[in-house]
Design a protein around this ligand. Structure first.
Ligand code: ADP
Ligand code: MG
Length: 260
């Protein structure tokens, strides 16, 4: 069967921080609908790559194409309006807003201009407010946080804050979702929940790029895995190929991690 068309492509991506080469000649092709994992030891360049793709870091060399449009060096809000959303390795939530309000913020890409900015201060269209609240509540339910809507963000444990960030990213109705270590801080039950959420997102035809250290999760959800080490791609393939790849085994066993 032919693969779906490309939704994301990177070519010759280089990024340095002073003398440190964080990414060196990285290329990748992600097909629409795919779950594409990026793995590698700490410091491999995974978050840097997400920052480059999402426009959080615009100071890099190389080309990134989203759908058929070049997006290299565009600001992140422009890229997000084109249908890309992400979460952060270190969660970035608004601590002064409730759980539900944080998800409502994610709706700003499709709600009428300025609406979300003023939603907490001015009386606007009741209908629009209801639409946004219902959509946000639906996203909370999607990640299993429906009972938490009115709580303070800080009262949530880290695992639930990560799920909340996913709900906020999904509220933007993206076609491409980047998840940076969604499993960090999750307990076993939440990890199972995360796995089913990832599959539910795929069922909605949203393409996912996932950076994650939990190999059990990565091996069971990914269609394709790219492995970075010191900013360089050392392997790419299906999970069954990656577990057998000598370079990958060396990198992981060298750090006494392995794939167990
Ligand atoms: N803002 C920054 N300034 C300087 N060095 C950075 C910065 N961000 C990342 N790095 C360095 O770039 C490399 C890649 O980091 P990162 O992309 O965060 O790795 P990963 O997400 O794979 O753990 C690391 O050596 C890290 O120390
Ligand atoms: Mg990282």
């Amino acid at each position: 069967m032919d693969k779906d068309p490309l939704i994301l492509k990177g070519k010759g991506v280089y990024k340095s921080f002073g003398g440190l080469q964080a990414l060196a000649d990285v290329q990748f092709e992600v097909h629409a609908g795919e779950i594409f994992a990026v793995i590698g030891p700490n410091g491999a360049g995974k978050t840097t790559l997400f920052n480059v793709i999402s426009g959080v870091d615009r100071d890099f060399i190389g080309e990134v194409v989203f759908d058929t449009q070049p997006i290299s060096h565009l600001p992140s809000h422009v890229i997000s309006r084109r249908g890309m959303a992400r979460t952060f390795q270190n969660v970035r939530l608004f601590k002064n807003l409730s759980v539900l309000e944080n998800v409502m913020v994610g709706c700003h890409g499709w709600a009428s201009p300025g609406y979300v900015r003023t939603v907490f201060r001015l009386k606007r269209s009741r209908k629009e407010e209801r639409t946004i609240k219902e959509h946000a509540a639906g996203m909370l339910k999607f990640v299993g946080l429906e009972g938490r809507a009115e709580e303070d963000v800080e009262s949530l444990p880290l695992g639930e804050q990560k799920l909340l960030e996913m709900a906020r990213a999904l509220a933007a109705k993206p076609r491409l979702l980047l998840l940076d270590e969604p499993g960090a801080g999750l307990n076993d039950a939440e990890m199972e929940m995360l796995k089913s959420i990832i599959f539910k997102i795929r069922d909605q035809k949203i393409t996912q790029l996932i950076v994650e250290h939990n190999m059990k999760l990565i091996m069971s959800v990914s269609d394709e895995i790219m492995v970075l080490n010191f900013g360089t791609k050392i392997a790419e393939g299906k999970p069954s190929d990656i577990v057998r790849d000598e370079k990958v085994i060396e990198v992981y066993l060298g750090k006494e991690k392995g794939f167990a």
